[in-house]
Design a protein around this ligand. Structure first.
Ligand code: F0G
Length: 482
């Protein structure tokens, strides 16, 4: 925190920006919230945005743009080939990462599609600190297998590990040796490890992973989608980074890793994405996929205005005042919830606050989807839209067996530069009410279960009548309040 308050008890995260464009929000009465979540099949992805007060589904593509980003959009150069906008993006990537070669893609998972096509074939394994939903789906689609090598402590809901996303380095070496390096498609380091609670990876660990890959001749890939938050934590929690400028860290990582890819819906407060590398041979081996799946090499399926916003946003991702906003707001929310006794993943990470639903509703079986049930309850209680990050977000095994998630999380994402502190306080308050009424929360069962990425489109219903009971209790406790 760079600004110290005079009275210690007044200390809160302070925004280093002001709001100049606003969007009206709706907060529906609880009876309508009950109807809306049931119509959405208890799936927060299927809610309509107009029915939501706090959209905390994700930080992807919903971060507020700066005046400089929206200004840059006006000078976008619309051209199928050789657009000046793409040259400006290349310059931004050169400045931020020090890298010359850029393959633009329309978003992060498009990069994963291309990387999987390039490196994965049946029988190969992709080693990761932890999987991300879309990454895993692309690897398994091509007959590969994902093996997760995050250190054990990363999966404990609460401890004081500063870098829970770190690889278990011994296990990584052992796995490469036992599998045989030729069968390893790649090793992927996910910065700000999403599904374990936005938990960072240390610079030391990332560099050690790259060194191990180098030793065995295995490609190293950094998923930098959540690198912004991760750099904040490196600077706060890792001695060697304290006096490094963010740019030095970006450059060092680009020098170490064979390939970096990212979703600009997160990194750079915009939309789009890219695959970048110093290695021309690797870049050339993926180049042909860009016109095939994305668009010509100078737009990659991204609208030119978004390319301009992305370029400007990448420069902003060097600015500690912008980098700090997400993690500081998240830390504040986590601290409030923790003070209320609500079970949260600790230490606070990036991306959002994560409720530990195994502890929230401890008696609910995994196959009644505790995290999804808590998400539905939060929407009923406050028009808050979280995202289920538990068993529902997993895929069943090929034989149909349910694969229970290591962690049952309800994620409250904090998009950058969007919410005010009073809105964050409101969320903490409503979560506290749900926590105090947790005995009312019941499970969910499938009505429609898609085979692939079921959490996007699947529909469920309550087991019993608990949602009506929760809404009734809200009326009793809050009277006429929305
Ligand atoms: N990698 C990570 C670590 C991500 O968190 C995401 C997206 C992607 C890749 C894919 O990027 O959405 O641009 O295709 N995460 C979003 C989320 C969807 O809500 O956590 P994308």
């Amino acid at each position: 925190m760079s600004v110290k308050f005079y009275r210690e008890e007044n200390q809160v995260p302070l925004e280093m920006h002001k709001v100049r464009v606003v969007q009206k929000l709706n907060l529906l009465p609880v009876e309508e919230r009950l109807r809306a979540i049931q119509e959405a099949g208890n799936n927060t992805f299927l809610l309509r945005n107009k029915d939501i007060y706090m959209d905390m589904l994700t930080d992807s593509g919903v971060n507020a743009m700066s005046d400089r980003q929206t200004a840059a959009m006006h000078i976008a150069d619309d051209s199928y080939a050789g657009s000046e906008s793409f040259l400006r993006l290349k310059n931004a990537i050169k400045e931020v990462f020090g890298v010359d070669y850029v393959l633009p893609v329309h978003q992060g998972r498009a990069a994963e599609n291309i990387l999987a096509n390039r490196f994965v074939s049946p029988g190969k394994v992709a080693l990761m600190n932890f999987h991300f939903t879309t990454t895993k789906a692309h690897v398994t689609r091509l007959g590969g297998e994902v093996i997760e090598l995050v250190k054990k402590k990363g999966l404990e809901p609460v401890n004081d590990e500063p870098f829970k996303g770190d690889f278990d380095l011994k296990l990584l070496e052992k796995t490469i040796k036992e599998t045989g390096p030729e069968k390893v498609a790649f090793v992927r380091v996910e910065a700000g490890t999403n599904l374990i609670g936005g938990q960072p990876v240390s610079l030391e660990n990332m560099c050690a992973v790259a060194d191990i890959c180098h030793k065995f001749g295995v490609p190293s890939i950094l998923d930098a989608s959540l690198l912004q938050d991760n750099i904040y934590f490196m600077k706060k929690r890792e001695a060697q980074c304290k006096y490094m400028a963010p740019k030095e860290i970006y450059h060092l990582l680009a020098d170490k890793m064979d390939i970096i890819y990212f979703s600009a819906r997160k990194l750079g407060f915009a939309r789009g994405g890219a695959i970048i590398s110093h290695n021309t041979v690797l870049i050339k081996s993926m180049m042909e996929f860009i016109p095939l799946y994305e668009g010509f090499l100078t737009y990659g399926g991204i609208d030119v205005r978004s390319i301009e916003a992305m370029a400007e946003g990448l420069y902003e991702s060097l600015d500690m005042e912008y980098l700090s906003h997400g993690p500081e707001f998240i830390e504040y929310l986590v601290r409030e919830l923790d003070d209320y006794g609500v079970p949260v993943i600790k230490p606070a990470g990036g991306l959002g606050a994560h409720l530990n639903c195994q502890a929230f509703v401890p008696d609910m079986p995994h196959d009644q989807y505790p995290a999804a049930a808590v998400c539905a309850a939060l929407y009923i209680a406050g028009g808050i839209r979280p995202m289920e990050r538990g068993t529902l977000s997993e895929q069943r095994d090929p034989d149909g067996t349910e694969r229970f998630a290591e962690l049952e999380l309800a994620r409250l994402a904090v998009p950058r530069r969007v919410f005010t502190l009073s809105q964050i306080k409101y969320v903490a308050d409503r979560v506290k009410w749900v926590w105090d009424n947790r005995q009312l929360i019941g499970g969910l069962k499938w009505v429609e279960e898609p085979d692939v990425l079921r959490f996007f489109f699947g529909r469920l219903k309550e087991i019993g009548h608990w949602q009506e009971d929760l809404a009734d209790k809200f009326r009793q406790d809050f009277g006429n309040s929305l």
